[in-house]
Design a protein around this ligand. Structure first.
Ligand code: NAD
Ligand code: UFG
Length: 347
């Protein structure tokens, strides 16, 4: 059992991870500026687990506030989720991305040094592999970036590797997520996109609930079985459990990169059919030209995470769709929905 300082813990992956950490008996301290989240997600985590979370509203680029919060928390390790994640927005506002994702990570490292903390789990992304050269993608795959968001993750990763060379007694785990989807089975927490979703499953879910007319499928001429893009979707609860393993695994000083995926790819049309089955709703869709920057197929080799963390994703595509739909159905407008409705109907 230990105390974990979670930056960005009020967000989509953060809330699910806090829940799993609490259920594993850890103490959780969340630091988040709520720029893409609200207190409601954490309040629901507290309700599900019947445990309280200490929360400080603050920005990871604010060195003084962050150092004070770290000191006050007396935590033994840090999970760093805080950051911006919209690829399109990173093209139109790259400085916001370098500031939050790169300066934020740098400020965190300095604050950790100042208070003597040495264990860090960092949220990276399969985006650092750029255009896949071979599949499945293992951690030795060459790194590159195709957009400013990807570059901020790559720069942050490089900074962590350089930092470890200078401080070899640290323990740094860089987790490269593939495509997180789904929601906790309670239906009380889930992804709550503020604007039009860019990602496939939240978009499909909004079509199913009637918020959008149809899904635009970006390309059906890829060299894949049905011509649509293939991705490695991973249930957010499996992803969250991967973080608990990364925190709990007693490892020596190291800086290591691990893929978190299922190792299996599904096409857009396969996801669409699975969601139709899960929701009982038809999902109108239309084909459009490829989205710039998209790759045909991307899925992980998960061997390294399996052997180092003793972890493997357990939930399948049906679970992802059923759980995602439950969250969407109980919270049609995300956390802005009528809370009593969600609470009453949640399983
Ligand atoms: P999210 O937006 O739901 O959560 C991020 C949280 O960080 C939010 O609560 C936000 O308010 C907070 N935050 C942002 N900037 C901050 C700052 N400067 N200071 C303090 N808090 C700040 O996103 P998520 O999907 O939970 O993603 C978490 C992490 O995982 C991000 O670093 C993201 O880049 C990475 N990631 C996400 C995906 C994905 O598809 N969701 C894939 C790969 C990697
Ligand atoms: N897609 C559609 N229509 C949509 C949305 C998506 O057809 O409205 C297709 C895409 O073309 C792609 C697949 O669904 O073939 C998955 O798209 P997502 O946007 O859900 O996921 P990506 O793999 O393109 O991107 C995600 C994150 C990025 C991250 C990348 C690699 O959004 O931030 O995974 O980890 F960089």
């Amino acid at each position: 059992m230990s105390s974990i300082f979670v930056t960005g813990g009020a967000g989509y992956i953060g809330t699910h991870t806090c829940l799993e950490l609490l259920q594993a008996g850890h103490k959780v301290f969340v630091y988040d500026n709520l720029s893409n989240s609200s207190r409601l997600g954490l309040e629901r985590v507290e309700r599900i687990t019947n445990t309280s979370i200490e929360f400080i509203e603050g920005d990871v680029t604010d060195a003084n506030a962050l150092t004070r919060a770290l000191q006050h928390s007396q935590c033994e390790s840090v999970i760093h989720f805080a950051g911006l994640k919209a690829v399109g927005e990173s093209v139109t506002n790259p400085l916001a991305y370098y500031h939050n994702n790169v300066v934020g990570t740098l400020t965190l490292l300095r604050a950790m040094l100042a208070v003597g903390l040495k264990k860090l789990v960092f949220s990276s992304s399969a985006t650092v592999y750029g255009e896949p050269q071979l599949l499945p993608i293992d951690e030795a795959h060459p790194l590159s970036a195709t957009n400013p968001y990807g570059r901020t993750k790559l720069v942050a990763e490089d900074m962590l590797r350089d930092h470890f060379r200078a401080y070899p007694d640290w323990n740094i785990t860089i987790l490269r997520y593939f495509n997180p989807v789904g929601a906790h089975e309670s239906g009380l927490i889930g992804e709550d996109p503020k604007d039009t979703p860019n990602n496939l499953m939240p978009y499909i879910a909004q079509v199913a609930i009637g918020l959008r007319d149809r899904l635009n499928i970006w390309g059906n001429d890829y060299p894949t079985a049905d011509g649509t893009g293939v991705r490695d979707y991973i249930h957010v609860v499996d992803l969250a459990i991967g973080h608990v393993k990364a925190i709990a695994t007693p490892t020596p000083s190291q800086c290591i990169e691990l893929n978190l995926g299922t190792g299996r790819g599904y096409s857009v049309l396969e996801v669409l059919r699975a969601f139709e089955l899960a929701s009982g709703k038809a999902i109108p869709h239309e084909f459009f030209p490829r989205r710039p920057g998209d790759v045909a197929a991307c899925y992980a080799s998960t061997k390294q995470a399996e052997s180092i963390l003793q972890w493997r994703a357990e939930r399948n595509l049906e679970d992802m769709c059923v759980d995602h739909w439950r969250w969407q159905h109980l919270n049609p407008a995300g956390y802005g929905s009528n809370n009593d409705f969600a609470s009453k109907h949640a399983t």
